[in-house]
Design a binder for this molecule. Structure first.
Ligand SMILES: *[C@@H]1O[C@H](CO)[C@@H](O)[C@H](O)[C@H]1NC(C)=O
Ligand SMILES: *[C@@H]1O[C@H](CO)[C@@H](O)[C@H](O)[C@H]1NC(C)=O
Ligand SMILES: *[C@@H]1O[C@H](CO)[C@@H](O)[C@H](O)[C@H]1NC(C)=O
Ligand SMILES: *[C@@H]1O[C@H](CO)[C@@H](O)[C@H](O)[C@H]1NC(C)=O
Ligand SMILES: *[C@@H]1O[C@H](CO)[C@@H](O)[C@H](O)[C@H]1NC(C)=O
Ligand SMILES: *[C@@H]1O[C@H](CO)[C@@H](O)[C@H](O)[C@H]1NC(C)=O
Ligand SMILES: *[C@@H]1O[C@H](CO)[C@@H](O)[C@H](O)[C@H]1NC(C)=O
Ligand SMILES: *[C@@H]1O[C@H](CO)[C@@H](O)[C@H](O)[C@H]1NC(C)=O
Length: 904
């Protein structure tokens, strides 16, 4: 069973004779990728004749990372990696096949007529070992076999240039070598490294290593490029030059290690080089108390000396390789159960997601590195503001990967965000969007911004997701007050956002349905967070608010025929990829009616099946909404695919992503945002956001019981007891907002109905046509129902009834808690789509998809007469609504009594 995917065999079921169809490959593939500064890529079609590059310049080849490899067979050298200005006149190895797994890139090659060899670039992903995970080293190894079974004289060579030392090629470097019993190591860094500074995205404080296990046949040199390379190709490497410093470029010094294998028919052990880009400290973090911390890579807790770490890394090769293969197989198996295309996508994205991070520790008060103080930092690679530290919406996009890999790592990413925001440095009512914009300096960021809903929602959702999947309630316990503050902000600000509320996609329009639903799920997540600490009053307050909000959302966010989710309230011509609904499924909060998922699934399927396609839908996919630029978003498309209620539609969303990945125009690391017409990069090249590709897999993770330790005294400076005000504000405020909205909807829907008629769209007049939520809400208000909804909670019934007095009555909705088992969820996911609802049927038979208005018909639709009477009915109901509103307004002025009596 081969994990990952073999490009050449991808489409051809028959044989895989030679390396041919380049259009089936991403143009650019990862070579080594373990940190934001250890990140090299090359051409998938000709790695033996292209220069590897740093991620940021793959498209125009300006940021070459000099790197050359040869295999010499019976005196003739063949190059397997490196670029065209390597003037050694070596032959080229032939690329036979290429395979990319989550941890490895394997190039199967041939040298001359009779030697086959594999070059494997292994960038370990160590999900259960933070020491190993934090070692910024990759393995490059060769396995050789003679196809004629005859022994051949074999030698192998690999060098790197000093271009890995800095983005500024005009700087000088210094170098050294060391030979231990274990290894031969060459290393270099800028002559004057500048801590925490980068140039053109490369670090200016990195020490680059190339190393190999020591042995009688292993030798090394530091020489100028031509000298070293021609020396090996035409004889042997020159001795090391006497100087210990020089320019990075013109001339180019290179650091080469050679192994003479003698006359062999095959290698019995892999020939292994290690390549590393080490920094220490890795991040300068300004703590909540304002202390500036230089944080070390986690591996320093085990290896005081980097040479020890290099040796340990080389000695660990067999283990590490076995682990990588095991992990690759596990991921590949999980992903293959979704689809082969999906398996290909996860294989490409795993390294990229974790490669943008660094795992750190700080010194404790005793001066020793403190393994209880672990933080992971993420760089916003590939995006505008690419030096943002722990960009919250990007972590949100990548979160499915981290949850899947190890939720503890997901928690390490949240840790600094909490630490800073729980401090007195942080004063905004909403969550910060990052920890500053100067990676690797995490300065904290208390600036005002316009993503209050977006980022508060992200933090609440991620906090609960982390706690549920890990079972670890420490953030919930320690930062409850902070979480509650954000949730209160959401309750107040989510439902009718103005254009000052910007989404993750930098959309700045009012009433973005997808943004609103994130805020609502954030509020609902808060109810679950409260529940895990047994704070029942808060549970009631936040779950009631979330329920109210979700019902209002359903009434505003759906098209009038309920066939799909609009991009913004009331824009009947619009549609969107409602990717934030993913959180409703991830957290199993079940806020949004399953019929909404079902109709949205049919709607998106319709958009993709239409012929001719709407001009917004291309072979590369769908934009995130009709109101945005025509760009594809890989992570958000995957979030959407994950929540489709039938697998066929999910797969229809996945395929275009793959089409884009393998298009030849993508001569850049696999990006998050791309042009839907050309497939070309827009932004997010090499972005960790691609961790979002794991969205369908993260939905299968089973939840644990959240264990929240009792609060330690003084651990929560923001904590305040505000049950009364919250509920009063939430419930009272929400009643007003909801009623106002309901009134607006009524009028608007009536208007839309007329518009629809003018456009000649058939109107199905039945109960569905009259918005059931509106009618329901009205009836409920008239009844003044106050039946408890959360009967399972051991609370004073008076309290419950008051808390829920304004909540709509939907008895068939699951009570809280409502843990659906993973099994049942998966069963539901795999189940064939149910019969189309009335609204779905209306959509598929009408012609209103793709945002294009249907041609006006000269004939009066048959339903118009009936719909007139509906409108009459609505008018009467609106009058009743007005009365009900006035009554409720009067009620809401007084705080619900139970919350005052509840204060002991
Ligand atoms: C040659 O190769 C190096 C990589 O070692 C590259 O940086 C350089 O720009 C290339 N071109 C010339 C003219 O040297
Ligand atoms: C490489 O080939 C060129 C042209 O054939 C020749 O002039 C040059 O001497 C060769 N270089 C080496 C190192 O053999
Ligand atoms: C190279 O890898 C392929 C696929 O994993 C394997 O079948 C082949 O035996 C390997 N070749 C060598 C020389 O190890
Ligand atoms: C690169 O280094 C040179 C030499 O020190 C310096 O003059 C130049 O300003 C640097 N360029 C950048 C972009 O930092
Ligand atoms: C280590 O870190 C933990 C968590 O931040 C902290 O509680 C503890 O005091 C630290 N230990 C030392 C010795 O500083
Ligand atoms: C929410 O709104 C209420 C009522 O207007 C107000 O008292 C409260 O301060 C607001 N809370 C937040 C967090 O904005
Ligand atoms: C947002 O939606 C509400 C309810 O439909 C509407 O009253 C309001 O005008 C909308 N805001 C904008 C700026 O369109
Ligand atoms: C979901 O929506 C459908 C149709 O709008 C409705 O019949 C059903 O009662 C709703 N279910 C819940 C749980 O609210």
């Amino acid at each position: 069973m081969v994990p990952g995917f073999i490009f050449a065999c991808l489409l051809a079921l028959a044989t895989c004779p030679s390396f041919v169809a380049s259009q089936n490959f991403p143009a650019w593939i990862p070579l080594v990728l373990r940190s934001p500064y250890h990140d090299a890529w090359t051409s998938s079609t000709a790695p033996m004749s292209n220069w590897p590059t740093f991620w940021s310049s793959a498209a125009n080849n300006v940021q070459i990372l000099g790197w050359v490899g040869y295999i010499k067979v019976d005196g003739t050298a063949y190059r397997w990696i490196g670029g065209e200005n390597d003037s050694s006149n070596s032959s080229l190895a032939q690329l036979l096949d290429l395979e990319v797994t989550p941890t490895r890139t394997i190039m199967s090659m041939q040298a001359g007529q009779s030697v086959l060899f594999n070059v494997t670039m292994l960038s370990p992903i160590e999900e259960s070992d933070p020491v190993k995970q934090s070692l910024p080293f990759s393995y490059v190894y060769l396995d050789v076999v003679a196809s004629d079974d005859q022994p051949h004289e074999i030698a192998v060579y690999m060098d790197i240039s000093a271009e890995w030392a800095s983005g500024n090629r005009s700087q000088p470097v210094s170098w050294s070598s060391s030979n231990t019993d274990t290894s031969i190591t060459l290393q270099y860094q800028l002559l004057s490294p500048v801590q925490f500074q980068e140039t053109a995205n490369q670090a200016d404080d990195v020490t680059t290593f190339i190393a190999m296990r020591a042995g009688p046949s292993v030798s090394s040199t530091i020489a100028l490029d031509q000298g070293a390379r021609q020396g090996f190709v035409h004889g042997s490497i020159p001795p090391r030059r006497p100087e210990s410093q020089g320019p990075i470029a013109f001339p180019f010094p290179v650091y080469a290690i050679v192994a003479e294998l003698g006359s062999i028919a095959q290698t019995t052990q892999s020939i292994v080089w290690a390549l590393g880009s080490v920094r220490n400290p890795v991040v300068q973090y300004t703590t909540g108390t304002g202390t500036i911390q230089n944080r070390a890579p986690y591996f320093m807790t085990k290896y005081g000396d980097i040479q020890d770490a290099v040796d340990a890394f080389l000695l660990d090769f067999d283990n590490s390789k076995a682990h990588a293969i095991e992990l690759d197989n596990r991921i590949s198996q999980d992903a293959s159960s979704i689809s082969p295309v999906y398996s290909n996508l996860v294989s490409l994205s795993a390294r990229q997601a974790i490669g943008a991070t660094e795992l750190t520790v700080a010194s404790g008060t005793d001066g020793k590195l403190n393994t209880s103080d672990v933080m992971m930092f993420m760089k916003n690679i590939g995006n505008p503001d690419g030096q943002r530290v722990n960009p919250v919406e990007i972590i949100y996009a990548a979160f499915p990967f981290f949850l899947y890999l190890n939720p503890t790592y997901a928690g390490y990413l949240l840790a600094p965000l909490f630490d800073y925001q729980a401090s007195s440095q942080s004063t905004q009512p909403y969550a910060a969007k990052d920890l500053g914009t100067t990676y690797p300096k995490a300065t904290g960021n208390n600036r005002e911004h316009s993503q209050g809903i977006e980022q508060s929602g992200n933090m609440l959702i991620m906090t609960l997701a982390h706690a549920r999947i890990s079972g670890d309630g420490k953030f919930i316990n320690q930062y409850y007050g902070l979480l509650e503050k954000w949730a209160r902000y959401l309750v107040n600000n989510t439902m009718l956002p103005t254009s000052n509320q910007i989404s993750a996609d930098l959309e700045s329009r009012a009433n973005i349905t997808n943004l609103v639903v994130k805020g609502i799920i954030g509020v609902r997540a808060m109810a679950e967070i409260s529940k895990s600490l047994g704070k029942n009053d808060d549970v009631t307050a936040f779950s009631t608010a979330a329920l109210q909000m979700s019902e209002t959302w359903e009434s505003l966010a759906l098209s009038s025929d309920r066939s799909h989710i609009l991009a913004t309230y009331g824009d009947e011509e619009s549609w969107a990829l409602p990717y934030n609904l993913y959180a409703d499924q991830l957290l199993q909060t079940n806020l949004i009616n399953t019929t909404v998922y079902a109709s949205e699934t049919s709607y998106l399927k319709g958009l993709m099946s239409e012929t001719p396609k709407s001009n917004l839908v291309t072979s590369f996919g769908l934009p995130i909404s009709t109101t945005t630029t025509i760009q594809g978003h890989t992570a958000w498309t995957l979030f959407t695919a994950a929540i489709m209620s039938d697998p066929a539609t999910r797969d229809m969303l996945l395929q275009p992503i793959w089409n884009q990945v393998v298009t030849n125009t993508s001569t850049f690391p696999y990006s998050d945002v791309y042009n839907l017409n050309s497939g070309a990069l827009v932004s997010g090249s090499a972005s960790p956001a691609l961790g979002g590709i794991f969205a369908p897999l993260a939905l299968r993770l089973s939840a644990k019981t959240i264990v929240a330790p009792p609060p330690s005294p003084g651990s929560d400076p923001q904590k305040s007891s505000i049950i009364g005000p919250v509920v009063g504000g939430v419930v009272g405020g929400l009643v007003l907002i909801t009623l106002a909205i309901v009134a607006v909807i009524f009028w608007r829907r009536r208007r839309q109905q007329r518009i629809s008629n003018d456009h000649g769209c058939p109107i199905v007049v039945d109960e569905m046509r009259v918005d059931p939520i509106v009618v329901y809400g009205l009836g409920q208000l008239q009844r003044g129902s106050s039946q408890p909804r959360y009967a399972d909670m051991s609370m004073d019934s008076r309290e419950i009834s008051n808390a829920t007095a304004v909540a709509s009555e939907t008895a068939s909705r699951p009570n809280l808690p409502n843990p659906r088992s993973t099994k049942s969820r998966e069963a539901g996911y795999r189940a064939p789509a149910g019969p189309p609802t009335a609204s779905t049927a209306a959509y598929t038979t009408s012609n209103s998809g793709g945002g294009s208005s249907a041609p006006a018909s000269s004939q009066e639709p048959p339903s118009t007469v009936a719909s007139r009477s509906v409108v009459e009915g609505l008018r009467a109901e609106v009058e009743e609504l007005r009365r009900a509103m006035l009554e409720l307004h009067a009620d809401s002025i007084m705080p619900p009594p139970s919350y005052t009596t509840d204060q002991h």
